[in-house]
Design a protein around this ligand. Structure first.
Ligand code: PAF
Length: 276
């Protein structure tokens, strides 16, 4: 089947087929992590829609919106190779009415951890995800575990606003040396790429320990040795992203964010039970 590129609402309506519909929302610059989400979607649904939209609402004034990688033709090739049915690639004007006023508020979970460094980011992200759900009307949508706080917030939004979409998480895809795949990795020089390995090494060092204090200490010891600018290391409860106390036992996510040169990277590792 020929890949359909839908640029607007009317195209989307025309492209809609029969049966279970899966949506994989992306900002393009597709890599193996996206491919793995698309493959899961392809295996589970009759129709697969990939959205490609660099959403201005989720970038702060000093962030990389204008230089965010845009590789549309290569992205279409990936979608063709993975058997995607429809790529929804609207313009900013198609998505946002200049008179728009209403958006989604991410609440407290949007203002902690990653939200401290990127105020407003999660409001903008949830707003576009809800719009994509309304436009595409998927039965199921796929998101990567690498953006763990984003994933937790999307699950929260779906529960809080009764959005009739099933959310499926895809495991983080890594390079053989541990670096988590990210569209932003292409900004890294060879030396920076080497330094960026500290993030995944720190997470592995933390995950090898027992008890929140030992986990944080082991991960921080690795991060301190690296030529990076640490934004945060956080050990959080997966549903709320609240920091867990040292006395905590139960599931948690160890999350890290750092600048490597001028590139900001995030990574995380889910942990089954962090107790002693
Ligand atoms: O993870 C992303 O690429 C984006 O945040 C998303 C979910 C496509 C919303 O713009």
């Amino acid at each position: 089947m020929e890949l359909i590129v839908a640029r607007n609402r009317a195209d989307l309506v025309k492209a809609r087929g029969e049966g279970r519909l899966a949506l994989v929302p992306t900002m393009g610059a597709l890599h193996e992590g996206h491919r793995s989400l698309i493959r899961s979607a392809r295996a589970a649904a009759a129709q697969v829609v990939v959205s490609i939209f660099v959403n201005p609402l989720q970038f702060g004034p000093n962030e990389d919106f204008s230089r965010y990688p845009r590789t549309f033709d290569a992205d279409l090739d990936v979608c063709r190779e993975e058997g995607v049915d429809v790529v929804f690639a609207p313009s900013v004007e198609e998505m946002y009415d200049p008179a728009r006023q209403v958006g989604v508020s991410a609440g407290r979970m949007g203002a902690i951890v990653e939200g401290v460094i990127r105020p407003g980011h999660f409001d903008g992200m949830l707003t576009v995800v809800l719009k994509l759900f309304n436009l595409v009307q998927p039965d199921v949508a796929y998101f990567g575990q690498k953006d763990a706080q984003q994933l937790a917030l999307i699950r929260r939004m779906v529960a809080d606003l009764d959005v009739p979409v099933e959310i499926v998480a895809g495991a983080t895809v890594r390079e053989p040396d541990g670096l988590a795949l990210s569209s932003r990795n292409r900004y890294l020089s060879p030396q920076e790429r080497q330094a960026a390995l500290a993030l995944s090494s720190a997470l592995r060092a933390g995950a090898a320990e027992k008890g929140p204090a030992a986990i944080r200490a082991a991960a921080l010891a690795v991060l301190k040795q690296a030529p990076i600018e640490l934004d945060y290391l956080a050990l959080v409860e997966p549903g709320t992203f609240e920091e867990v106390p040292d006395s905590y036992a139960g599931p948690a996510i160890l999350a890290v964010a750092a600048k490597v040169g001028t590139t900001r990277l995030i990574d995380n590792i889910p942990m089954g039970n962090v107790g002693t």
